[in-house]
Design a binder for this molecule. Sequence first.
Ligand code: PLP
Length: 360
Amino acid sequence: MDDGTAFGLPTTSETSLAEAIRARSPRLEQVRFTSSGTEAVMFAVKAARAITGRPMIAKFEGAYHGAYDYVEVSLDSTPMNWGDLSPKSVLYAKGTHVSTATDVLVLPYSEPETCRELIRGNHERLAAILLDPVASRVGMVPMEAGVREVIQDCCNRYGILLVVDEVVSYRVDYHGAHAMFGLEPDLVALGKIIGGGLPVGAVAGPASHMAVFDHTRGKPAVSHGGTFSANPLSMTAGLAALQSYTKEAVVRLNRMGNTLRTEINEQLRRHEVPAQVTGMSSLFRLHLKPEVIRNYRTSFPNALRKTALAKVHLAMLERGFLMTPNCSGALSTPMSNTDVEDLAAALVDAIHETWKQSPW
Ligand SMILES: Cc1ncc(COP(=O)(O)O)c(C=O)c1O
């Protein structure tokens, strides 16, 4: 069998994607593959309910975790409906059953004591707390240590499972985001880079929790399957991607991300444009405001800024750079320092042009 050298890939001893993940993240003793991150999160939530026998989950205001009804709560709440410091559970898709809102507790991303109070008040019903430590739609700012500590403490204290969504943030550290942020998840959802560009997702965790899916002794507590789960194409592409994403590659890409954000922010300051990029590692997001971004509410763009963001997005497409519609993006391993310089120059130019045409 070809070991990858023909494609110039670094070789490692792992021969499967699951082994490669486990070798990087020893806490993830077992891995079950899905075809998307949405499914990975959904199975993690279903597993948490089955393991704990509790109905409710908690998630952070604004955080995106895919399209499962329960994790779409408070995805696009606005100042009109988001409530006071304790966020209201706001449904997202039309037609979602109203009971979904009662089974989802919404937490503020940067308010540790409010989080503690809300969790304490609901702990007997809470199966899981779902978090992404660098949630893009929350502002793409790392979750503050104080909040992480409260969440981990509440999970330990009340027997609530900690589910970390690393569909995007797995890339921030060779060992995964949970390792970088000192979290001890009960289950982790993975996706995106572990598929090397092909459809993929995975739910992973300690064997004791993953036993909830065990079908070898009759019907499992949670049945998991899927036509394309663990399909050989995604598994092969994913293994190749992880083999390329070595410790050195992670360090290099993270350094390039720092350079990108610093360079853009310095130039925006020099041009006196009220905008900034946030992010960490190889992830970034543009905000058309100068205020410190700490959470979903401080990152929330008003109508004028939303329109301007759409213009920047289009202006970047014209310059050959694809970002998400809310102007976030990720660097990737084939990129060189020159690519990063070009990206920074194009983004500053696109922002400046938009600012001159229609200031926000
Ligand atoms: C943090 C996070 N979780 C889950 C998902 C869902 O993954 P997928 O699009 O593969 O269903 C995404 C997708 O962007 C995501 O960003």
